[in-house]
Design a protein around this ligand. Structure first.
Ligand SMILES: Nc1ncnc2c1ncn2[C@@H]1O[C@H](COP(=O)(O)OP(=O)(O)O)[C@@H](O)[C@H]1O
Ligand SMILES: [Mg+2]
Length: 357
């Protein structure tokens, strides 16, 4: 059975690529925004491959802090740390003969990246607190919503590991770039949830379909699925239409034409002027300049995204195409200010009529 629904040229190409790599055992990196279907692609790869009868073991690398993730991935020996009363197998061992799916790989700590690299090179590792080498035969599929190339440039992701994981790259495009798939996806979700909810022959009213076609889908297919499910449960389109119109109004500028945003020129100019003065006085190392001034530019862009997202960090992270965790880190450590008008109401670019709705 085909899990990935869609007939747009980009999805057809993606399915072709999936079929081509399915039995190669080459490491695959799946890239795309949250909710585009990365998990689904990983499942398809696994179940279509010769490993399909084996296990597909998923690990969310963003969900656990470094040390916990290490023992989750590689297991531990008895007495490795307080509370380790018995030895435990890690996910790599559990996946042996099958596939390991490293989700949100971009959030893995640098220290753990080093260990993972070693495993990929040697096909073996030792459990935490252990000395024995454990060999495994696993297919490594990873996924990220980060721009990993950028993370490599910024020193947040090891370049050597990136090349190891990224032998085959599968990019899953956002739903807004393949809206021709909307009808077939809607039919699919109506059937899927119709079965689950015991509702037959539900159809989507014209007005709802109409706004679906105009919407920019920041939460991608997951968001569509949620709306369809909600419509099937409540049986009313009006509240959904209102909600979507509000979201569209709130972020119209940023989503209608993603490339058209112009940052506040004066702010950017002041950053460049600061840099120019510094260079005139002395020549600081280029690395230092990049770090310092890039951080200032980042701050401007992040603050703008937060304003657009009405202070909603998750939405802002989606806009910036970074993880929620990465955004929270930047807010905490880079002096990013939350928009001041959040508590008092809507940010300035939202008109009164939007506020009232
Ligand atoms: N092309 C598709 N066809 C059918 N269902 C899809 C498709 N893309 C995504 N979905 C569904 O949307 C939801 C989110 O997809 P998921 O793979 O979890 O996204 P991601 O891992 O990229 O965040 C899941 O319920 C998934 O089954
Ligand atoms: Mg996912």
């Amino acid at each position: 059975m085909e899990l990935i629904v869609g007939k747009s040229p980009v999805i057809e190409r993606l399915k072709e690529l999936v079929n081509q790599v399915v039995d190669t055992d080459l490491n695959v990196l799946i890239c795309g925004e949250s909710g585009v279907g990365k998990d689904l692609v990983a499942q398809t790869l696994h179940y279509k491959s010769k490993r399909g009868k084996g296990r597909l073991v998923k690990v969310n690398c963003a969900a656990l802090p470094g040390e916990l993730l290490e023992s989750e991935l590689f297991g531990y020996e008895r007495g490795a740390f307080t509370g380790a009363v018995d030895a435990k197998k890690g996910k790599f061992e559990l996946a042996s003969g099958g596939t390991i799916f490293l989700d949100e790989i971009g959030d893995m700590s640098i220290a753990l990246q080093a260990k993972l690299l070693q495993v990929l090179q040697d096909g073996a590792f030792s459990r935490v607190g252990g000395v024995k080498d454990v060999s495994v035969d696993v297919w490594v599929i990873s996924a990220t919503n980060h721009d990993l190339e950028l993370d490599v440039q910024n020193g947040n992701f090891r370049e050597d590991l990136f090349y190891r994981l990224n032998i085959i790259k599968i990019i899953v495009p956002p739903l807004r770039d393949r809206k021709e798939d909307l009808p077939i996806l809607i039919t699919h979700f109506l059937e899927k949830h119709g079965r689950l909810l015991g509702k037959k022959n539900v159809s989507i009213p014209e007005e709802l379909l109409d706004i679906f076609k105009r919407y920019h889908w920041p939460g991608n297919v997951r968001e569509l699925e949620n709306y369809i499910r909600r419509f099937m449960v409540i049986g009313e389109a009006a509240p959904i239409i209102t909600e979507i119109s509000q979201r569209m109004a709130r972020s119209s500028e940023s989503f209608v034409e993603p490339g058209s945003w112009q940052p506040d020129d004066a702010l950017i100019d002041s950053v460049i002027a600061g840099c120019r003065t510094e260079v005139k006085e002395k020549f600081p190392p280029l690395k230092e300049i990049s770090k310092k001034y890039l951080a200032k530019i980042e701050k401007i862009v992040i603050e703008e995204a937060l304003k657009r997202a009405w202070g909603n960090r998750r939405e802002a992270a989606e806009l910036l195409q970074i993880s929620y965790k990465a955004l929270s880190y930047k807010i905490k450590n880079c002096g990013v200010e939350m928009p001041s008008d959040i508590e008092s109401g809507a940010p300035s670019h939202i008109s009164l009529s939007d506020k009232k709705r």
